[in-house]
Design a binder for this molecule. Sequence first.
Ligand SMILES: NC(=O)c1ccc[n+]([C@@H]2O[C@H](COP(=O)([O-])OP(=O)(O)OC[C@H]3O[C@@H](n4cnc5c(N)ncnc54)[C@H](OP(=O)(O)O)[C@@H]3O)[C@@H](O)[C@H]2O)c1
Length: 129
Amino acid sequence: MKIGFIGLGIMGSRMAANLQKHGYSLVVFNRTRAKAEPLLGPCGTFSDSPAKLAEQVHVLFTMLAHPDAVEEAALGRNGFLSHLERNALWVDCSSVNPSFSQRGSFCRRAGDRLRSRGRGSEAHLLGRR
Ligand SMILES: NC(=O)c1ccc[n+]([C@@H]2O[C@H](COP(=O)([O-])OP(=O)(O)OC[C@H]3O[C@@H](n4cnc5c(N)ncnc54)[C@H](OP(=O)(O)O)[C@@H]3O)[C@@H](O)[C@H]2O)c1
């Protein structure tokens, strides 16, 4: 199973490294490419955009700083939602306020794309660095 990971900050970089440690191959994307370097090699490739990443994976994790970054990665230019493989799973681990997940326009647009392609799940994390 190929996994995609978008957002390689403090949390995302560690989560992605743990997945690799358990034998999963990753396709990764981060706005600042340099932060992806430690994950690249036999079990990690960098994708030029969230859209290209989505075409290569079965499960896609996002671990981004805030709702606007999630919206941009999902629905912006080169966003991943229109490029998910059929039956792919998107797991959003970013901390977003409840009003974001329920925000009308985001929900509607994300829901439309997910319904025709894959599934989505919210898996926000508790804890601190
Ligand atoms: N750190 C913790 O202890 C902790 C605990 C529980 C939950 N969380 C939550 O986990 C999430 C990530 O936290 P973190 O500590 O990993 O944050 P972080 O180190 O600041 O990383 C944030 C990530 O979001 C990306 N990003 C930010 N703004 C963006 C934008 N406008 N467009 C595209 N990418 C953008 C960053 O890309 P760049 O690398 O290019 O800046 C980076 O990959 C947050 O929602 C946070 O509240 C954190």
